[in-house]
Design a protein around this ligand. Structure first.
Ligand code: AMP
Ligand code: MN
Ligand code: MN
Ligand code: MN
Length: 286
């Protein structure tokens, strides 16, 4: 029997819409055998997800998606197999959440200046005291009739040069990879084809990522096209990296991203789960 891996997903603890246990149940129903929960800048959903996965006979890989600033761009780095009890990891994530809270208030101020008041309160209400992200602003703005869809909100309000855009001041690459390493995890570049980098800049980034101790990159991602997969597979091979696959599932509202439907990794890309540092291959967490 082949094992179905999905190593990138979100719950309500960040900007997903399902609770951790609902997410695990949905992944199980979709045929996923090994699921990583990788919420943005928090590990708060891991305990609940691990418990639910245990009840369903699924393996839950404890993960996190860390926001990183690199050369004035935001890059997402996944920590897979992290120990949430790591103090260094938690201190780092808590700093990122502080920035998120400040940024949320600032996004609210900017949107108010642009003539749309009340967005900060609206986004915070949707986040229910958990992490506040741009997605919460997007859902609020759609609900209030300011845009047709979440995608539309991003395009019109929340990206560079738009009224609600605030540039990220996230972790440095070195810090993020240090936190992941100290928590025993493997660092993997999330959706590398999505950063709109030139090929040479992406190669430069991957080189630095490797130097800082990063080992993997997503070759298969819910946000990669077929051409992206081919290009990322080639980079994965030339940079001697391990390949990962993840849907980046955020909930059933985005029906084009489904759990349990990922294609197989291309030939010649060694999977991240064959690393001797992969959780189930490690004696310390069996
Ligand atoms: P944040 O970390 O709060 O800046 O928000 C980033 C998140 O917003 C990503 O993880 C996606 O879930 C979502 N996102 C980013 N760009 C878009 C887009 N163009 N359309 C829909 N969702 C997006
Ligand atoms: Mn997200
Ligand atoms: Mn991401
Ligand atoms: Mn993600």
């Amino acid at each position: 029997m082949s094992v179905h891996y999905d190593l990138h997903s979100h719950s309500r603890e960040s900007d997903g819409t399902l609770s951790p246990s609902e997410l695990v149940a949905a992944a199980h129903a979709g045929g996923v055998n090994v699921l990583a929960l990788t919420d943005h800048d928090t590990t708060d959903g891991l305990a609940e997800a691990t418990q639910s996965a245990g009840q369903l006979g699924m393996q839950l890989v404890p993960g996190v998606e860390i926001s990183v600033s690199w050369q004035s761009q935001t890059i997402h780095v996944l920590g897979l197999g992290v120990n949430p009890a790591s103090e260094l990891l938690q201190a780092g994530l808590s700093g990122l959440r502080e920035f998120r809270n400040w940024r949320a208030a600032e996004i609210g101020r900017r949107l108010a200046k642009a003539g749309i008041p009340g967005c900060h309160a609206g986004a915070c209400k949707l986040a229910e005291g958990r992490i506040v992200g741009r997605t919460h602003f997007a859902h609020h703005l759609v609900a209030e009739g300011h845009a047709r869809s979440v995608r539309d909100v991003f395009k019109r309000f929340l990206v560079n040069n738009k009224p609600g855009y605030v540039s990220g001041k996230w972790a440095t690459l070195e810090d993020a990879l240090g936190w992941i390493d100290s928590a025993g995890g493997l660092a993997v570049v999330a959706h590398p084809a999505r950063y709109r980098m030139t090929a040479s800049k992406l190669r430069c980034f991957l080189g630095e990522f490797r130097e800082c101790g990063g080992v993997g990159m997503e070759v298969i991602s819910g946000s990669h096209t077929r051409d992206n997969v081919t290009a990322m597979a080639a980079l994965c091979r030339t940079h001697n990296m391990l390949a990962s696959c993840g849907s980046d599932y955020h909930g059933p509202e985005n029906p084009w991203i489904r759990l349990g439907q990922l294609p197989a990794l291309p030939a010649g890309c060694p999977p991240v789960w064959e690393s001797d540092r992969w959780p189930v291959n490690r004696a310390d967490i069996q």
